[in-house]
Write a protein that binds this ligand. Structure first.
Ligand SMILES: CC(C)(COP(=O)(O)OP(=O)(O)OC[C@H]1O[C@@H](n2cnc3c(N)ncnc32)[C@H](O)[C@@H]1OP(=O)(O)O)[C@@H](O)C(=O)NCCC(=O)NCCS
Length: 174
């Protein structure tokens, strides 16, 4: 997941933010940091994250992050422990994510989707998928770059990627 970019500054920063972790309620206040991230987002960003106009309440964010029966949530933190990106993948393979507007165009969205792909494999999913709007250039770029098959209609873009599951092959050598 480590990628080389032009400047050392970017490399140092990038290696920090790649310390993403799954949220499994290890720290009681993790959901609050995700709520704070959502609070910094515009209505448009939240629309893109949830695919409808929606500003989740504290209780809804707490549930999303702490009750992980049918989904897994990952976050990226900055050096101070502030949550700067959140991504969630469901057991039907659909995922969505959001990056703090102040931290975009630094590869975090790409790294988050790479991590969601890994998680999808670990979950045993045959494919993972996302929906977005045709004007969401960064998400379309990420989908193309990471090998999603994209289907465009006038009002949405559907991205789907088959996941090749590793198989244990046994054979008898003669
Ligand atoms: C989509 C989103 C997660 C991308 O996050 P990000 O951290 O900026 O993504 P990256 O830095 O990895 O950028 C991915 C690519 O898009 C490009 N890009 C980023 N923002 C761009 C913009 N505003 N215009 C054009 N290109 C852009 C990057 O340069 C990069 O291109 P490359 O692969 O050729 O290098 C972020 O814009 C976001 O949170 N949007 C709102 C929520 C959303 O749309 N979620 C997706 C739901 S499926």
């Amino acid at each position: 997941m480590t990628r080389n970019k032009d400047s050392n500054m970017y490399l140092n920063f990038h290696s920090k933010v790649l310390c993403m972790k799954e949220i499994v309620m290890k720290k009681a206040d993790d959901w609050r940091k995700v709520y704070e991230l959502y609070s910094r987002l515009s209505n448009e960003d939240l629309y893109l994250r949830f695919f409808h106009y929606y500003r989740p309440s504290e209780e809804e964010v707490r549930k999303l992050v702490t009750e992980q029966e049918d989904h897994i949530t990952i976050i990226a933190e900055d050096e101070e422990g502030k949550v700067i990106a959140e991504g969630t993948i469901y057991d039907d393979g659909e995922f969505s994510l959001v990056v703090d507007p102040n931290f975009r165009m630094r590869g975090i969205g790409t790294a988050m989707v790479e991590k969601l792909i890994e998680l999808g494999k670990e979950m045993g999913l045959k494919k993972i998928r996302f929906y977005t709007l045709p004007e969401n250039i960064p998400m379309i770029k990420i989908g193309k770059k990471l090998g999603f098959k994209l289907t465009f209609t006038s009002d949405e873009v559907y991205g789907e990627k088959p996941l090749i599951l590793e198989r244990v092959t046994s054979y008898v050598s003669s």
